[in-house]
Design a protein around this ligand. Structure first.
Ligand SMILES: NC(=O)c1ccc[n+]([C@@H]2O[C@H](COP(=O)([O-])OP(=O)(O)OC[C@H]3O[C@@H](n4cnc5c(N)ncnc54)[C@H](O)[C@@H]3O)[C@@H](O)[C@H]2O)c1
Ligand SMILES: O=C[C@H](O)CS(=O)(=O)O
Length: 477
């Protein structure tokens, strides 16, 4: 299987074998619209074969140090192939090349962190002998891999979010059946090649491409799958969880991230950070800044600086080094954002900058005079728009941050320890970032949300806890 270049046909990756299928799905270049590649469309039989291959591989010895070596070598190979991997992301996501290179850097680091965690898995001693009558017993726990993990990933960060599933899964000794996003599968297929080159035993990673809903259903029907790890929309995640039966489903879902700018914040720094994290990846990031609440004393200054920073962003061809904001994943999605903005404007919102669509490219857009019940505030935009409003008290803004079905991460720009600690107590999120945006993430930190944002925790150390079972061993000596 060669890396996908224009008009290449990618096979399924099952049991270390390439399996070309007659029926294919196109992958389009998200800026030019040209057909960039075709991927094989898996059948139920292919999914069942992949799960069986994964089970068979799982039963083969694969020591923690061998897993460490494979993951470390994978990270090295990713770095050596960074340019090629970034070019795939530019094409299949439409992600600006500088951001695509950044994703490859982070993905390699995720694999490296996973490698280190492969060597750190351990249980603990349990003092059962402290119980009367158990004086002659000893006990300890150990973490054992769950077995075969079905991993389903979203379109927007297709390499690093695949690594956040495959890396910890392999580190913990599991096998994986991976279903990457149908619109951005090529980076995952290339990763599978690199992991094979790094020495990953055949069957430890299987990649099935095709219809998400069909493959999702077949994975739920298949009893060779021991758990599911899903990243995507709440609607899809809910369906998967309903169909998985008694098997665990780790869910990393949506968000409509809020940032708070208090009167004592560094206003210029906050505006720069908010502009960057409102519009990177064309706003198609689960922790993209979508709502900004600014203390009324500094509202005008912040808004002016935010507008300037936003208008300095270059939109256009993602293959150009100078581009900051590329196309969205499809023109249909850009039209959806156009409609959301029009609806908000029809109800009084003011477009401070942006507001125009050019095919799949939507201009970075700042909205004011918004109402909290507008779609642009209440739902997940997943596009290059941000709504800005003023607040007066910390109680008021905390309530507005919490007025959401989601709770992944929030950011609070303040130098008040009192407000920061209040926020840490009262803001209903999985991650609270003080003096930065909710868009902050490093790949070894615990990452996950509450409410409709999901139930899982990523970061290799934390994902491994979900991908293993704790077993107690008691010795009656
Ligand atoms: N919390 C996080 O870490 C995180 C990270 C990235 C994206 N996301 C979320 O993902 C969403 C955007 O990604 P998307 O549009 O690819 O999401 P999506 O839910 O449309 O698709 C996600 C994956 O599920 C597959 N799928 C589709 N139907 C399925 C079904 N019936 N059963 C099983 N799988 C199915 C898709 O093919 C894809 O691979 C946003 O809501 C975003 O917030 C969350
Ligand atoms: O889209 C959501 C991602 O998890 C954010 S990041 O790219 O991992 O920082």
């Amino acid at each position: 299987m060669t890396a996908s270049t224009p008009y290449s046909k990618s096979p399924l990756f099952i049991g270390g074998e390439r399996k070309h299928k007659e029926e294919t799905q196109p992958v389009f270049h998200k800026y030019t619209g040209e057909k960039w590649a075709e991927t094989s469309k898996a059948s139920k039989a292919d999914v069942d074969e992949a799960a069986a291959s994964a089970q068979k591989a799982f039963r083969q010895a694969f020591s923690p140090y061998a897993r460490y070596e494979v993951l470390q070598k994978t990270a090295r190979l990713m770095r050596e192939n960074q340019e090629e991997l970034a070019a795939i992301l530019v094409a299949e996501v439409g992600k600006p090349v500088k951001e695509s290179c950044g994703e490859v850097t982070r993905a390699a680091l995720t694999m490296e962190i996973s490698a280190e965690e492969a060597k750190r898995m351990h249980g603990e001693g349990v003092p059962v002998e402290a119980a009367p009558g158990s004086e002659n017993r000893q006990a300890f726990t150990k973490h054992v891999p769950v077995g075969v993990i079905a991993a389903i990933t979203p379109f927007n960060v297709p390499l690093n979010l695949v690594c956040h599933k495959v890396g910890p899964a392999v580190a913990a000794g599991n096998s994986v059946v991976l279903k990457p996003a149908s619109t951005t599968p090529l980076s995952a297929l290339r990763l599978a090649e690199l992991m094979e080159e790094a020495g990953l035993p055949a069957g430890r990673l299987n990649v099935v491409t095709g219809s998400g809903s069909q493959i999702g259903d077949w994975l739920c029907e298949n009893q060779d799958i021991d758990m599911y790890t899903f990243t995507g929309s709440p609607e899809t995640g809910r369906k998967l969880k309903e169909n998985a039966g008694l098997r665990n489903v780790a869910l990393e879902l949506g968000n409509n991230s809020a940032a708070v700018v208090h009167h004592d914040a560094d206003i210029e720094a906050a505006a720069k950070a908010c502009a960057q994290k409102s519009f990177n990846n064309a706003g198609q990031v689960c922790i993209s800044v979508q709502r900004i609440y600014v203390h009324h004393n500094v509202y005008d200054t912040f808004l002016e600086t935010l507008k300037q920073e936003t208008e300095s962003l270059k939109t256009g061809d993602p293959s150009e080094e100078t581009t900051d904001v590329g196309p969205m994943i499809s023109e249909e999605e850009a039209v959806r954002i156009e409609q959301w903005v029009a609806e908000a404007a029809a109800h009084g919102a003011e477009i401070q900058t942006g507001g125009k669509r050019h095919g799949p490219v939507y201009e970075p857009t700042v909205l004011t005079n918004i109402q909290d019940d507008m779609k642009v505030c209440k739902e997940e935009a997943f596009g290059p728009i941000v709504a800005v409003d003023a607040y007066t008290t910390t109680d008021e803004v905390t309530a507005r941050v919490n007025d959401s079905d989601y709770g992944l991460q929030a950011g609070v720009f303040t130098n008040s320890l009192e407000f920061a600690m209040k926020a840490s107590e009262e803001m209903e999120v999985g991650g609270l970032i003080i003096n930065d945006t909710p868009g902050y993430r490093v790949d070894h930190m615990p990452y996950g949300g509450v409410k409709k944002s999901g139930n899982g925790k990523e970061g290799p150390k934390y994902a491994i806890e979900e991908m293993t079972e704790e077993r107690l061993v008691v010795l009656n000596l």
